[in-house]
Design a protein around this ligand. Structure first.
Ligand SMILES: [Zn+2]
Length: 282
């Protein structure tokens, strides 16, 4: 199978192309979900290295090297000798990170199964992700985002990259209501936040709401960019009512607040702050 699908890109790939185009592709990505995350991670790595448009173009020299699995500045971090990834492997990686890329614009580290990183590994990586050279990029893949430490997770942008049919588990009611509010008049988000707060959601429930809302926005963005209709009616309405730019802004905002749920935040405070941010940046 080609790394660069001729036909349809899935929602995660659409998001990567869109972010690369806007110059907002984050330097640390956490891909999560069930399915072939490794291929999505390589697609993201190609987007970091690509010299064409749209990124990844699938045609330029770096893209071709990605396709053939021979790009010298894209490293897949595995440790076949041990059950978990040994800390020595991560320490070596850290050393190599400070050596400039051979030929690429970036040096990309892919972790096809980040659940094999021990807490010790993750603590070594934490500093590198945060303070490493600007040319470094990291792509972590896990089935469930909670399989990596909250501290590491909070430094990554997490992106659902699983199979589309898994993503089509019906979104929760408040997640749908959030998206309807995004489509509504001024004040609709505040009304939504007050209603959500009245239901006294737990931190986990808030996480679910934000995740479902963001997922619907991603589906809507994919629909805009592929010019086909989204299967979810609310996503379809957003695709028609909000442009790619607004959708992508909402995706980033919801991601930010979703990441904050990893900390010991107050739910009502978070809802209030989110409402203000979304109302001020429609
Ligand atoms: Zn390219």
């Amino acid at each position: 199978m080609s790394l660069f699908p001729q036909a349809q890109l899935n929602a995660a790939q659409q998001w990567i192309v869109h972010s690369a185009h806007g110059g907002t592709l984050p330097h640390s990505l956490l891909l999560w979900g069930q399915g072939d995350l490794r291929t999505i991670a390589q697609f993201a790595a190609a987007a970091y290295q690509c010299e064409g448009t749209p990124r990844p173009c699938g045609k330029c020299n770096p893209c071709q090297k990605m396709e053939n699995g021979i790009h010298p500045d894209v490293m897949v971090v595995e440790d076949s000798a041990h059950k978990m990834i040994a800390v020595d492997v991560v320490r070596q990686l850290r050393q190599s990170a400070f050596v400039m890329p051979n030929e690429g614009q970036r040096k990309v580290y892919i972790f096809p199964d980040a659940s094999l990183l021990t807490p010790q590994d993750q603590n070594v990586l934490l500093k590198l992700v945060e303070e490493g050279p600007r040319y470094c990029a990291f792509v972590f893949c896990v089935e469930n985002a909670s399989q990596v430490l909250q501290t590491l997770r909070s430094r990554c942008v997490s992106l659902y990259a699983g199979q589309d049919d898994v993503a089509q588990v019906p979104p929760c009611d408040m997640g749908v209501a959030l998206c309807q509010a995004l489509l509504g008049k001024k004040g609709a988000i505040t009304t939504w936040a007050v209603k959500a707060e009245g239901q006294k959601p737990s931190r986990q429930e808030l996480e679910q709401i934000l995740q479902d809302g963001r997922q619907l926005c991603i589906q809507a963005l994919a629909a805009v960019q592929t010019q086909r209709s989204a299967s979810n009616p609310v996503a379809q309405a957003m695709a028609q009512g909000l442009g790619a730019q607004r959708l992508s802004k909402h995706i980033h905002t919801l991601q930010l607040y979703y990441n904050q749920c990893a900390y010991n935040i107050g739910v009502s405070h978070t809802l209030g702050a989110l409402a203000i941010e979304l109302e001020e940046n429609p």
